[in-house]
Design a protein around this ligand. Structure first.
Ligand SMILES: [Zn+2]
Length: 391
C-alpha cells in the first residue's frame, strides 16, 4: 500500500512539473526579445575613464558574450550627431545630421520614411518601449519613436509620441508634453519613481521625470526621479510576456557631461560626472543582461551613436581633448549571442539595426520604407471622396 501511494505521488509530482517545463521550452522558441542600449557619446576610452576614476571593473566588459566595433559616420558628415546616429541604429539607414528617422533625400518625409525597429516590433506583435536619461524629445529616443526634419522640433516629436501605440516612453520632462493628449490615447502619465513602480503589466505609460536627477547612480536625497537601472528593471518587467518585446535604453549623460568645458575650473567635475554616468549605464546593462541570462531568449546589444570628447591617453591618464563629437569607432558589446558580431569585427552603425531586425526575424517588416505624408494626405482625400459619393 505504501509502495502504491509512493508511485501515485511520484506520478502526480511528475504531472505537476510537466506543464512548467513545457512552457519554458515554448518560451525559448517564441518571439525573441531585444534590448538595445545606447551609451550616447560612449567610446571605448569612456570605459577606461570610468575605471580610472570610479570603478574597478565594468560588467559590460567582463561578462559579455561578444564585442566588436561600429563605424559611426552620417550620410553627410564624417562626424555624426545623435539624430543621424540614432536613425542609423533605429532604422538601419544613414541620414544627414539633425534628421530624425527620415531619409536624407526626403527630409520632410513627403514620399517615404524609414520604419524604426520600435515600430517594426509593434507590427510583429511585440511590446515596444524607449527609456532615456535625456528628455523624451531628445534626438536618440526621438529617432525610435518619431519622424521629423530636425531634432529641435520638440512639439512635432512629442505630438507623434503622444499619438503613438508604444507601450512605454520614459525620460526627462518636456515642456511641449500634454498629459491630457497622452491620456486620451491610453497612456498612464507618471512623474515620480513611486508612480513608475506602481505601474501594472498591460498598462501603457508615458514617464516625465526630473531631468536633473535621473542620470545619477543612485536616487539623490529629495529626488523623485528613478535612475536608469530602476527604469530598465521596471520596463523589462512591464514588457516581458509571451509576445516578446523590443526596448531601447539610452544613457544620455555620458555625452552630455563630455560636452561640458575642458577649462580647468570645470574639468574635474566633468570627469567625475561622465564617469558616474558610465557607471550608471553599466548598472542598467547588468540589469538587462541578468534578465537575458535567466530568460534565454533575449539579445542585449550595447553600442554608442558616436564618441564625445576625443578621450586620449596623455601622460598616462585618460584625458579629454575636445568638448564635441568625434568620428572614432565605438563599442558593440553583446549579451545573449556569440555570433551577432565577430571578435573585433568592424561594422557600420546601420548594420547594428539591420542585424537586430534579422535576429528578431522581422523579414519584410524591417528594414523598410513606408509611405510618407503625401500618401496619407491622398488617402485622407480619397476616403473623404468615397464617403461623399456613397451618400
Ligand atoms: Zn552630443
Amino acid at each position: 500500500m505504501k509502495k502504491l501511494l509512493a508511485v501515485i505521488l511520484s506520478v502526480l509530482i511528475f504531472c505537476a512539473v510537466l506543464p512548467f517545463s513545457a512552457s519554458a521550452a515554448e518560451k525559448a522558441e517564441g518571439p525573441a526579445n531585444v534590448i538595445l542600449m545606447i551609451g550616447d557619446g560612449m567610446g571605448w576610452n569612456h570605459l577606461e575613464l570610468a575605471k580610472q576614476e570610479r570603478v574597478k571593473s565594468l560588467y559590460m566588459e567582463d561578462a559579455c558574450d561578444a564585442r566588436g566595433w561600429s563605424m559611426t559616420r552620417s550620410q553627410n558628415k564624417v562626424v555624426t550627431d545623435s539624430a543621424a546616429g540614432g536613425t542609423a541604429l533605429s532604422s538601419g539607414v544613414r541620414t544627414n545630421n539633425r534628421y530624425v528617422a527620415v531619409y536624407h533625400y526626403d527630409p520632410l518625409g513627403w514620399f517615404r520614411v524609414p520604419r524604426t525597429l520600435s515600430e517594426a516590433a509593434l507590427l510583429s506583435g511585440r511590446r515596444s518601449g524607449v527609456i532615456t536619461t535625456d528628455t523624451t524629445d531628445g534626438a536618440t529616443p526621438a529617432s525610435f519613436t518619431a519622424h521629423t526634419t530636425d531634432r529641435s522640433n520638440s512639439a512635432d516629436i512629442t505630438r507623434q509620441q503622444e499619438k503613438s501605440d508604444f507601450d512605454l516612453i520614459w525620460g526627462g520632462a518636456v515642456a511641449a508634453f500634454s498629459a491630457s493628449r497622452a491620456q486620451k490615447n491610453g497612456f498612464s502619465v507618471v512623474t515620480t519613481l513611486d508612480e513608475m513602480q506602481a505601474l501594472q503589466p498591460g498598462s501603457r505609460s508615458f514617464g516625465q521625470f526630473d531631468y536633473d536627477m535621473m542620470w545619477r547612480t543612485k536616487v539623490a536625497e529629495g529626488s523623485t526621479a528613478p535612475t536608469l537601472s530602476q527604469m530598465t528593471e521596471k520596463a523589462i518587467s512591464l514588457l516581458d510576456g509571451d509576445d516578446g518585446f523590443f526596448l531601447m535604453v539610452e544613457g544620455a549623460h555620458i555625452d552630455k557631461w563630455s560636452h561640458t568645458s575642458n577649462e580647468p575650473d570645470n574639468y574635474d567635475t566633468k570627469v567625475a560626472n561622465a564617469a558616474e554616468a558610465v557607471e550608471e549605464f553599466d548598472k542598467a546593462i547588468r540589469v538587462a543582461a541578468e534578465f537575458a541570462k535567466k530568460d534565454g531568449n533575449t539579445l542585449v546589444v550595447i553600442t554608442a551613436d558616436h564618441e564625445t570628447g576625443g578621450l586620449k591617453i596623455i601622460d598616462g591618464k585618460y584625458t579629454y581633448t575636445s568638448d564635441s563629437h568625434t568620428g572614432v569607432d565605438v563599442p558593440v558589446i553583446v549579451f545573449g549571442s556569440k555570433d551577432f558580431i565577430g571578435k573585433d569585427e568592424q561594422i557600420e552603425n546601420r548594420q547594428v539595426a539591420q542585424r537586430i531586425g534579422a535576429y528578431m526575424g522581422m523579414g519584410e517588416l524591417f528594414p523598410k520604407a513606408v509611405p510618407g505624408k503625401l500618401f496619407w494626405a491622398y488617402a485622407g482625400v480619397r476616403d473623404w471622396f468615397l464617403t461623399l459619393i456613397s451618400r
